[in-house]
Design a protein around this ligand. Structure first.
Ligand SMILES: [Zn+2]
Ligand SMILES: [Zn+2]
Length: 159
């Protein structure tokens, strides 16, 4: 295949026909705005967004934490992280609150389970979490015992 000769004159002519846009003094204009995705491992989320589960608007205020990671109304979350805060999961399933984990220092965390892929995760309870729902999740195993409660009575009487 014959190689085309580089025509310097032609190239210069083309260059002059397509001049590089001149920068206006004092302003820098970008054609495309570079959007850098926030890294929630290091920075707070300051946006309001609708809950994917109950559709109520969730605002960053009132959580008592910089990392609002679940809905304060229905306590659901979205599976967005592989590691906490990295936003690297493509699952995007709704993570439902299934249990409460009380840490050694007494702090409550919500145990979430993804409805799509069954991944488990924990989120610290926030200051404005629905207290009734928190309590109902916490007592659920006791409210639905795996055996009739009167059997406990028999065991106690034996001792
Ligand atoms: Zn919700
Ligand atoms: Zn998932």
């Amino acid at each position: 295949m014959a190689q085309e000769k580089f025509d310097l004159e032609e190239a210069l002519k083309n260059l002059n026909n397509n001049p590089v846009p001149q920068k206006k003094s004092g302003t820098i204009k970008r054609k495309t705005t570079l959007k850098i995705k926030p890294d929630y491992r290091y920075e707070a989320c300051n946006e309001s967004f609708p809950c994917a589960n109950c559709k109520k608007m969730i605002s960053p205020e009132g959580a008592g934490t910089h990392h609002r990671n679940h809905c304060p109304y229905c306590l659901s979350s979205i599976h967005v992280d592989n590691e906490p805060g990295d936003r690297k999961s493509d699952c995007k399933g709704i993570m439902e609150p299934i249990s409460i984990w009380v840490k050694d220092d007494g702090e409550w965390s919500i145990v979430h389970r993804c409805k799509k892929c069954s991944k488990l995760g924990t989120n610290r309870s926030a200051a404005d979490d629905n207290p009734v729902l928190l309590m109902s999740i916490a007592v659920k195993p006791l409210a639905f015992p795996p055996f009739p409660l009167h059997l406990l009575d028999n065991i106690i009487k034996k001792d």
